[in-house]
Design a protein around this ligand. Structure first.
Ligand code: FAD
Length: 439
């Protein structure tokens, strides 16, 4: 029997959801000629909204990783990074974890490689700063922060000890704000357990914008700002970095801050694979129609952070890069790929934003579900309940809820395994961003 090969690139929110549904289709007797393959550098789908909790030591990294094995029934998962796509010859090439190259044919191609941290031309940024898009980066930040506290306690050079206890987070959108709040809670736990004054740990949150978290609106942004200030976080708006060094940064206002820890969480840009395709893009994201098909390429589909999906609820705009859209686009992708094979009826993607939930550490959160503004305990409840509902696997939900319960009852564990290494957490190694080596 001639097989029809459907290849999905990337196992994030979009690719995972699409693969899960196409896997169901391929298990049907009537569609047994459909072979679904997913290619991704990780053998799991990463639930990124809880990465700040991983960095803050509340949740274990394995709890936010949904294994492809066992969850994607009827789908062949290949652990590799796709390097090139031949749109005319309908082949692609990929490199496995031992750096061996392979090629594969496809009849339908689904491009869901997501996004990577957006880097700017700031000297020293790629060498000394770390992002928050992968498990390696989240674990590195947690371990590194604790390691610096431990080193500060035996450092007899006062200025250097102070630098070790200073943490700079750049980017005050929801992920940067959640990160700084979780690292503050980790620092407070470490201070208690390692025996130093928590006030010695200084946090700087920088952003060029005029308010924190513009995504949630002014009212909730102001609530978040009050929470951050209450926790002693020095928020500097209209400010970013102009240089990053191993032991200090220079801010855009010319001032110098001594620090050994810089987290760069300023936003994302489409995965590097998109630029290699030679297809039209919008703001770096691959142009697609509302049916998630690439114009002029009837067998190629794309969605999620990597694609510029028209927002039919706001004509003229494209959907923002959020998990909320990515998951729902994954479902429509599966349906439209199935439709192209004659197994379903095609539909356009349409979804109205349902609001955001933002966790600000112990006892605090802000949320605007369906436009209702919440803060404090009600927001905390909604935030945690939402994540437990949205994590796409029962075992992971169970583990995360136990982690939340443990954190509510017991002090946070102050442990630094020192894994992964500094170089494994670099943007190039952890996110696959090609970087010029010399800096
Ligand atoms: C810290 C953080 C917190 C967030 N919090 C929220 C939140 O609270 N709410 C919300 O709605 N959104 C949130 N987001 C945004 C959300 O994570 C993204 O919008 C979502 O992950 C996009 O899904 P995706 O499938 O398009 O891409 P991704 O989830 O990024 O997945 C892309 C996949 O493609 C793989 N890939 C990349 N290149 C290749 C290649 N060449 N070959 C093969 N595979 C490749 C990647 O390894 C990955 O598996 C957050 C993001 C971050 C980083």
């Amino acid at each position: 029997m001639a097989m029809t090969s459907v290849v999905i690139i990337g196992s994030g929110f979009t690719g995972f959801e699409c693969a899960r549904r196409l896997g169901r289709l391929s298990r049907r007797k009537s569609a047994s000629d459909v072979r679904v393959t997913i290619i991704s550098p990780t053998d799991y789908m990463l639930y990124t909204p809880l990465l700040p909790d991983v960095a803050g030591g509340v949740v274990d990294a394995r709890f936010v990783a949904i294994p492809l094995a066992g969850t994607l029934k009827g789908v062949r998962a290949i652990r590799a990074r796709v390097d090139t796509v031949d749109l005319t010859g309908r082949t692609l090439s990929f490199t496995d974890v031992e750096r061996r190259s392979h090629t594969m044919d496809w009849d339908r191609l689904v491009l869901t490689p997501g996004s990577v941290t957006r880097l700017f031309d700031v000297p020293g940024l790629a060498t000394y700063a770390r992002g928050l898009k992968s498990t390696a980066e989240a674990l590195y930040l947690r371990d590194h922060v604790l390691e610096q506290f431990e080193l500060a306690s035996i450092d007899d050079h006062e200025e250097r000890a102070e630098a070790r206890r200073t943490i700079v987070v750049v980017g005050a959108s929801y992920s940067g704000t959640e990160l700084v709040a979780q690292l503050r809670a980790l620092a407070d736990a470490a201070a208690k357990q390692l025996g130093f004054d928590a006030a010695q740990v200084k946090f700087l949150l920088l952003d060029l914008a005029e308010q924190v978290m513009p995504e949630v609106g002014k009212r909730l942004g102001d609530s978040a700002m009050r929470v951050l200030r209450k926790h002693g976080i020095d928020v500097r708006l209209g400010t970013t970095l102009s240089q990053v060094h191993a032991d200090h940064v220079v801010l855009s206002d010319g001032s110098r801050v001594n620090t050994h820890t810089v987290a760069w969480v300023t936003g994302v840009t489409a995965a590097p694979l998109i630029a290699k395709l030679g297809l039209p893009t919008e703001h770096g994201r691959l142009k697609v129609g509302a049916d998630l098909q690439v114009p002029g390429q009837p067998d190629v589909f794309a969605a999620g952070d990597a694609a510029a999906v028209p927002d039919l609820t706001q004509p003229g705009k494209i959907t923002p890069p959020t998990a909320q859209h990515a998951t729902r686009q994954g479902k429509v992708l599966a349906r439209n790929v199935a439709a192209s094979l004659g197994y379903a009826k095609k539909k356009d993607y349409r979804h109205r934003n349902m609001g955001m939930v933002v966790d600000l550490g112990p006892r605090y959160a802000v949320a605007n579900p369906l436009g209702v503004h919440l803060s404090g305990y009600p927001a905390k409840f909604v935030t945690r309940a939402y994540h437990l509902y949205a994590i796409p696997r029962v075992v992971n939900r169970w583990a995360v809820s136990l982690a939340y319960l443990t954190d509510a009852i017991f002090p946070r564990s102050v442990i630094s395994f020192g894994l992964p290494s500094q170089s494994q957490a670099e943007f190039s190694a952890s996110e696959g961003i090609p970087l010029p080596r010399a800096e």
